[in-house]
Design a protein around this ligand. Structure first.
Ligand code: SF4
Ligand code: FES
Length: 205
């Protein structure tokens, strides 16, 4: 790939320099501009599933974590329209699962909870709580999979594949609301995966 170090584009009116092949997220991070995110995490290939990082690129929505920069694009990130869009996404994650932060052991060190605070989501629920009945898989000594709180960010799957080269985790039913992380029980009980990557254990609950 030809290296072009002179790409420039704008985020909310600020000129940002980028390199060929960089995503909008990476270039923004280097420039000290924060774009909210949940599924993206340093050290893993981006997946583009949570859409919390959605920005507008030349007026069209795009996931900043997967969208490559190109010369002179105009990116909107910190606008009221996009803030409200992100708020709706976070609300739907809370209302689709069973998130009772006050009795959750991850409270205070949870990125979903922190994002709700960051986006100042304080008003009552906008959509009905679905209160699904989902299993908790505690069959392995090193991994607890609570499907009530899983937001299907795919970090655990990407970490096991990209860091450990294993394939015992997967997501069922694609991106549907009934999708969930699956474990291959037999293999799981015979192996252990490294949780010493760039994310603490609670992020893969
Ligand atoms: S996982 Fe996070 S958002 Fe969900 S209940 Fe626990 S602290 Fe709250
Ligand atoms: S952080 Fe980009 S889609 Fe989740």
């Amino acid at each position: 790939m030809r290296i072009n170090k002179s790409i420039k584009f704008k985020i909310d009116g600020v000129t940002v320099k980028a390199r060929t092949g960089q995503t909008i997220m990476d270039a923004a991070d280097e420039a000290g501009i924060y774009i909210p995110r949940l599924c993206d995490v340093e050290g893993l290939e981006p997946q583009g599933s949570c859409r919390v990082c959605t920005v507008k690129v030349n007026g069209r929505p795009a996931a900043a974590c997967t969208q490559p920069v190109t010369q002179d694009i105009v990116v909107e990130n910190d606008t009221l329209e996009i803030l409200n869009y992100r708020r709706d996404l976070i609300r739907m994650l809370f209302q689709e699962g069973n998130h009772l932060c006050s009795i959750c052991e991850a409270s205070g060190r949870c990125e979903l909870q922190a994002m709700a605070y960051r986006l100042a989501i304080v008003e009552p629920a906008k959509y009905p709580y679905l209160q699904p009945v989902r299993p908790i898989d505690a069959s392995h000594p090193d991994i607890l999979l609570d499907k009530n709180r899983c937001i299907r960010c795919g970090r655990c799957i990407r970490a096991s594949r990209q860091i450990d080269g294993k394939t015992f985790l997967d997501i069922s039913a694609g991106e549907s609301i009934n999708g969930s992380v699956l474990t291959e029980r037999t293999w799981l009980t015979q192996t252990s995966i490294s949780m010493t990557g760039p994310f603490p254990r609670e992020h893969v609950l």
